[in-house]
Design a binder for this molecule. Structure first.
Ligand code: PRP
Ligand code: URA
Length: 207
């Protein structure tokens, strides 16, 4: 299931992110801000637990998130900048890391790193990667997490292509996708059109 988040503040920030004139410094900040705003929208679906506390006046039943159940999983490199934004909202979440890059010729994902918190099967994972292009990287990352025992996963990306959405919907129909934009197509280098270019290079500098 895919949800394209419609929010004027996110649209405004995404417009700046897409602009090729935006500096690395601003780009990184915008990715973090958009991820933070997206977390607010994704969070509408989160379950809460009722507890009783004392206000200065009286006892009071309140609804809280069990923040320690959340694990933010950035797909390296570009997903790291989004993770910072998610963690600004879910301060108590832990963090796992997946290192993947897309081979420049075959466009196939190559895994180079993975470190996850314990008891993954009890957690809610928020996987972050700004770009969903062919879907190869995301599908491999989600499979890695399932193989490690993860049961509840949500995928968050900023820009997606129809091809990537189709692949994730087919390979992982159980995983909800949240995206700030569904773009038109992929070019011959499998870059999203119009997209925003190479997210990792724009956040961290060209390799
Ligand atoms: C980018 C992006 C995704 C992937 C998307 O990473 O951050 O992980 O490409 O493409 P796909 O859907 O076709 O797999 P990249 O491989 O450039 O690695 P980097 O973040 O380390 O630069
Ligand atoms: N990876 C990116 O960083 N950008 C794209 O457009 C496609 C894959």
């Amino acid at each position: 299931m895919v949800t394209e988040i419609k929010n004027p503040i996110i649209s405004h920030k995404l417009a700046q992110l897409r602009n090729k004139k935006t500096s690395t410094k601003d780009f990184r900040l915008l990715v973090e801000e958009i991820a933070m705003l997206m977390t607010y929208e994704v969070g509408r679906e989160f379950e809460t637990k009722e507890i009783e506390i004392e206000t200065p006046i009286s006892p009071c039943k309140v609804k809280i998130l069990e923040e320690e159940k959340f694990v933010v999983v950035p797909v390296l490199r570009a997903g790291l900048a989004m993770a910072g934004g998610v963690l600004k909202i879910l301060n108590g979440a832990s963090v796992g890391h997946i290192g993947l890059y897309r081979d420049e010729k075959t466009f196939q994902p190559i895994e180079y790193y993975s470190k996850m918190p314990l008891k993954l099967e009890e957690k809610i994972l928020l996987v972050t990667d700004p770009m969903l292009a062919t879907g190869g990287s995301c599908s491999a990352a989600l499979q890695m997490l399932k193989d490690k025992g993860a049961k509840k996963i949500i995928f968050m990306c900023i820009v997606s292509a129809p091809q990537g959405i189709k692949k994730i919907s087919e390979d992982h129909p159980d995983i909800p996708i949240y995206t700030a934009a569904i773009d038109q197509d992929l070019n011959e280098h499998c870059y999203i059109i119009p997209g925003l270019g190479d997210a990792g290079d724009r956040i961290f500098g060209k390799l």
